[in-house]
Design a binder for this molecule. Sequence first.
Ligand SMILES: [Zn+2]
Length: 272
Amino acid sequence: MNSDGLPLLAVTIPLAGVAGLFVGSFLNVVVYRTPLGLSVAAPRSFCPTCQRQLRWWENVPVVSWALLRGRCRTCRQPISMRYPLVELATGGIFALVTWGWRGTIVSAAYCALAAGMVAVGLIEYGGQRAPLSVAAVAVGLGQAIILVGAGWQHHWRIVTGSLIGTVAALFIYGVLRSRDPACTDPRGHGRSALLLAGCWVGGLGLVPAAVGAGTWIVVFFLCTVGTWSATRQTSGAGAPGASPERTSHPVLSTPLVSAVAMAMVASLIAGG
Ligand SMILES: [Zn+2]
């Protein structure tokens, strides 16, 4: 990095961090509503206990939760600490991604992909299925920003790489899906995280993509073995609830999502 970039980064990194807090607040809504098939646009955020719609000042990321001391203003029921933590984590991720991409326009694309990954990961770790639309919106947004931003600056390696990565991931996603007759859920699966990773590693270039793929294989193998042995210990012989329909989702989805997240981190480090 040349020294000319430093003043710009001193502005863009904090800005990205603050934007990440607000996006994290939106991701809390996405994670809560999309697995239930509810709209993320309406109604406005409400207290899950007393159903009262929140005023704008009760919805400021982290600050509102701290001022209200983690309780609803009317019913006094505790508001999960998970909400401000997701906001802070998203803010931190946005700042790191922006730093990794030196504050260029492409940073915004990678922030969109990272936000999609946070949402898919939280939904799948929560034992629900992330709708395909969550990853699709993030990839669509990220790819559009790359096309316009990187194309404008003639960074064709990023443009073509991300397009190839997205198309390759779409192909793998389609193959996996067609080979999984047990998956009858039309809403999607943790597999949609692969679409985010395809666009992500493709834009970084060949070597980071290879590092990402290697990381994916290692983490997926370790997580699958870990999850499989944990499931075997807890379910035991003849235990109820051990039918293939019930176990196939958590056994496959969690390692897949974990491996994709680690592959994205590793490839970004390799590319930076
Ligand atoms: Zn309430």
